[in-house]
Design a protein around this ligand. Structure first.
Ligand code: AMP
Ligand code: ZN
Length: 456
């Protein structure tokens, strides 16, 4: 069953296929910037890409998929964080890389085969910029920064249609962090390949033919993709916000440098909204995995909830969706417990894989799966059911972690238990009210009691 995916560049649905004679499918997914914990929006993108990785393995064989996902460990944000905390950059990025890995593992995301870092590939980036300079696609500004000359690449704007939309509004083209450099550029739409050292960068600078400095953000993906996957790759992915300027710039750099097509397929998944709004710290609606765990939700419930929306549509996240996800996981767990090891008819699950292979239609896949589950276990065995769980990356062993009970709640509960034993029911009731107000329920048995957080 072929995997079909919308291609953001050609704007049509295409079948994924490897192009290299070795048959290995080359897949590059833009990774996180490691200066803070990733939020659940970031994880929507990484979980969707993980399902894609799993489908590729099922389609081409695990040994025939090479998945590269980078770590952006030097840019304005990482450097600013290190400066604010008075720590070396490498300390900060290691802390958040470790955290990212722990969260990915909790969400059952397969690790990429290669996870290159920008600071580990300075030479590759410098080499690429050097070629762009020699070919006349780049120029050095007076301060030692190097810019890509957008007008030197006729294909610029093909991915984002930016020429039609915004070329006149040059400022819109300046991208993530380049506005400050605008007066150094020949044209406002040009973007930085190399940024000359500034005092705020501290020790985070490297030598180059153009003077000390650091790479611009976009060049890292072009250089690392080339090093680990070759000049032409089969698939390049990321969230929609990366379409412009990041991916548009990657295409320009790679195609001008290599003289060949950069990626045969571009896929962008849509963003996660929270309570109908864009996530932001100021709105107080930006959740991390740890925050959800503290509220008693399991990472697997988050993974499930993140997959309940079509990846090419915005998904509105609510805490309620985690309760629904938890119930769905419970039902799948109970169903799995009834299945024999082998002997079923794997074709029963064809509609689930058909939905997944049809543009990663994960809500369609869940719908098809529950139609089968609700019919009952006849004709189904563990091997074929587990293949479905593998594709969706659902690990049913992972249950809701027990929320830690704060000391004051334990003390209140002990007091109430003592009052009840002493048959002081008025005091016991009053203490229960206090517990409820604090968000806890106390479940009594004859000899003991249990504390549980109230569902929000
Ligand atoms: P960053 O660490 O900012 O480079 O982002 C890592 C990945 O998360 C990128 O692929 C982004 O496109 C993606 N991303 C950022 N915000 C969201 C969001 N709200 N929903 C889904 N994906 C997002
Ligand atoms: Zn990238």
């Amino acid at each position: 069953m072929a995997i079909q995916l919308f291609d953001s560049l050609e704007r049509k649905i295409k079948v994924l296929s490897p192009s290299h004679p070795d048959g290995v499918f080359r897949f590059y997914n833009c990774g996180p910037t490691v200066y803070a914990p990733a939020h659940i929006g970031n994880f929507r993108t990484f979980v969707v890409n993980d399902v894609l990785r799993r489908l590729l393995e099922l389609e081409f064989g695990a040994a025939k998929v090479k998945h590269v996902r980078n770590l952006t460990d030097v840019d304005d944000k990482t450097i600013r964080r290190a400066r604010e905390e008075g720590r070396p950059l490498a300390d900060v990025t290691k802390q958040w890389t470790d955290k990212f890995h722990a969260d990915c593992a909790a969400l059952n995301c397969l690790p990429p085969h290669v996870e290159p870092t920008a600071t580990g590939h300075i030479k590759e980036q410098v080499d690429m910029i050097d070629v762009l300079m020699q070919k006349g696609n780049a120029y050095r500004a007076a301060d030692g920064s190097v810019y890509f000359k957008v007008t030197s690449f006729a294909g610029y704007g093909a991915l984002s249609r930016v020429k039609e939309r915004e070329l006149q509004l040059g400022s819109a083209l300046s991208g993530k962090s380049q506005a400050a450099d605008a007066d150094e550029k020949e044209d406002v739409s040009d973007f930085a390949l190399w940024k000359a050292h500034k005092p705020d960068d501290g020790a985070n600078a490297w030598d180059s033919p153009w003077g000390r400095g650091r790479p611009g953000w976009h060049i890292e993906c072009s250089a690392m993709s080339k090093k680990h996957l070759g000049e032409t790759i089969d698939l390049h992915t990321g969230g929609v916000d990366l379409l412009f300027p990041h991916h548009e710039n990657e295409i320009a750099q790679s195609e001008c440098c290599n003289g060949s097509q950069f990626s045969r397929h571009w896929y962008h998944s849509e963003h996660l909204l929270v309570d109908g709004k864009k996530m932001s710290k100021s709105l107080g609606n930006l959740y991390t995995l740890d925050q959800l765990k503290e509220m008693g939700h399991s990472p697997m419930a988050l993974r499930y909830a993140l997959l309940t929306g079509h990846p090419r549509k915005q998904l509105n996240f609510t805490l309620d969706s985690l309760h629904a996800a938890e119930s769905a996981l419970k039902a799948l767990r109970a169903f799995r417990a009834t299945l024999p090891a082998v002997g079923g008819d794997a074709a029963i699950f064809t509609p689930v894989f058909a939905a997944l292979n049809d543009e990663l239609n994960t809500p369609g896949a869940f719908g098809a799966l529950f139609t089968i589950v609700n019919r009952g276990p006849q004709g189904i065995s563990l091997d074929s059911f587990d293949r479905v769980l593998f594709a969706l990356g659902l690990n049913l062993d992972v249950t809701t972690p027990k929320a830690e009970v704060p000391a004051e709640i334990t003390a209140l509960a002990a007091k109430r238990w003592a009052a009840k034993q002493a048959k002081d029911f008025a005091a016991a009731d009053a203490l229960r009210k206090e517990l409820t107000a604090a968000g806890w329920s106390m479940l009594d048995s004859k000899t003991d009691y249990k504390l549980e957080p109230l569902k929000k």
